[in-house]
Design a protein around this ligand. Structure first.
Ligand code: KG4
Ligand code: ZN
Length: 338
């Protein structure tokens, strides 16, 4: 089955064509980074206008690269939740229009579920496993039993980890986008310089939950001191922050592996592009950790098309009358009920 996947939930527009879940025939991505740079963050209205401007051309490119025509596609998939509402509308409406025009089914895809699928594109990963989803809007620990059967066992109770990186970077003018800028600065920083508070929650019903508001506030409040004395470098701040932000995730995932008697961890989402995080998870005794290929870590159409192949087999098409959702209310529940 050949699936065309559309991704437009945030600031990347991407169209991919994937056969049978993991044979990527094309994956065309354009980033809007330079368009949002003057604002140090994504401006939703600019984002949706740019998606609209690029999406048809990108679809043509994706077909050309895959050496096929739109009529060769068996299923059209588009991310329809969660994300910025304008971008979701553009991607979903385009997908539905193509599906209607070529008389093929359409499926709306949950962007976060597609992230969790992304490491499967290039790895054979047996189930069950503990999934760690880390992006700009979400941080979740998931128990996955199959491609479509999983439950969220832990979440952030406030900021997402990517969001914390982005806010730190914005505050200290470290660069945009925040995550990669912090990672780059941290390379030459001393991670033991600051003892930022850990985001470890201990209550038994919140055993796998994390919190990022404490570490974010501590790092941001430190700015005045830093500006006055400047005995430390931005690199030290970035390195200390990165270490704290990730070590708690490692701890929670190991604890979930022990409790569920599982020896596999799958890390996905934009933050999984971070090499410090990859290294941190690579040496856990008796546990194998899988990551997406770096080109499928941040937002891309291949993960939408690949995951659609599996969900379509399980759940069938989405009606063309369906809508989009900026947030997935009761995300926990909807995943558990799968
Ligand atoms: O999955 P993604 O591309 O978009 C969302 O679904 O949110 O993730 C974007 C997030 C941003 O917060 C960005 O700063 C972060 O991923 N990110 C990183 C790195 N690359 C992207 N964070 C840390 N280190 C990186 N190398
Ligand atoms: Zn994403």
């Amino acid at each position: 089955m050949v699936v065309l996947g559309i991704e437009s939930t945030c600031d990347e527009t991407s169209v991919a064509i994937v056969r049978n879940g993991n044979e990527v025939l094309s994956n065309v991505v354009t980033s809007q980074i330079k368009d949002h740079l003057p604002w140090n963050g994504v401006v939703p209205e600019i984002a949706s206008r740019l998606h609209l401007k690029k999406i048809i051309h990108l679809t043509e490119e994706a077909c050309k690269e895959a050496h096929c025509s739109i009529n060769d596609i068996d299923l059209i998939a588009a991310a329809n939740r969660p994300g910025l509402i304008g971008g979701l509308i553009v991607g979903s409406a385009t997908g539905k229009a193509f599906a209607w025009a070529i008389d093929k089914p359409f499926i709306g895809i949950n962007h976060m579920e597609a992230h969790l699928y992304s490491p499967h594109i290039t790895n054979e990963i047996p189930f069950p496993y503990i999934g760690l989803l880390v992006s700009g809007g979400h941080t979740m620990i998931v128990l996955a039993q199959s491609h479509t059967t999983f439950s969220v066992i832990g979440t952030t109770i406030d900021d997402a980890v990517g969001e914390a990186f982005d806010k730190l970077a914005k505050h200290y003018a470290m660069g945009y986008p925040g995550g990669p800028s912090v990672e780059k600065l941290a390379l030459t920083g001393d991670e033991s310089t600051f003892d930022f508070p850990t985001s470890n929650l201990h209550k038994s019903d919140r055993k796998y939950d994390v919190s990022y508001s404490g570490i974010k506030t501590a790092a941001i409040n430190f700015l005045e001191k830093y500006l006055k004395k400047e005995t430390y470098t931005l690199n030290d701040i970035a390195a200390s922050f990165q270490k704290r932000a990730f070590s708690v995730l490692k701890k929670k995932c190991i604890s979930a592996c022990i409790d569920y008697n599982i020896n596999r961890i799958v890390v996905a989402g934009g933050v999984s592009a971070n090499f410090y995080l990859r290294h941190l998870f690579s040496d856990i005794p008796d546990i194998t950790t899988y990551f997406p290929d770096i080109k499928y870590a941040t937002d891309n159409g291949a993960m939408i098309a690949g995951y659609a192949y599996h969900t379509f087999k399980e759940n069938g098409p989405t009606p063309l009358t369906s809508g989009v959702s900026a947030r997935v209310s009761g995300f926990k529940i909807s995943l558990e009920k799968k």
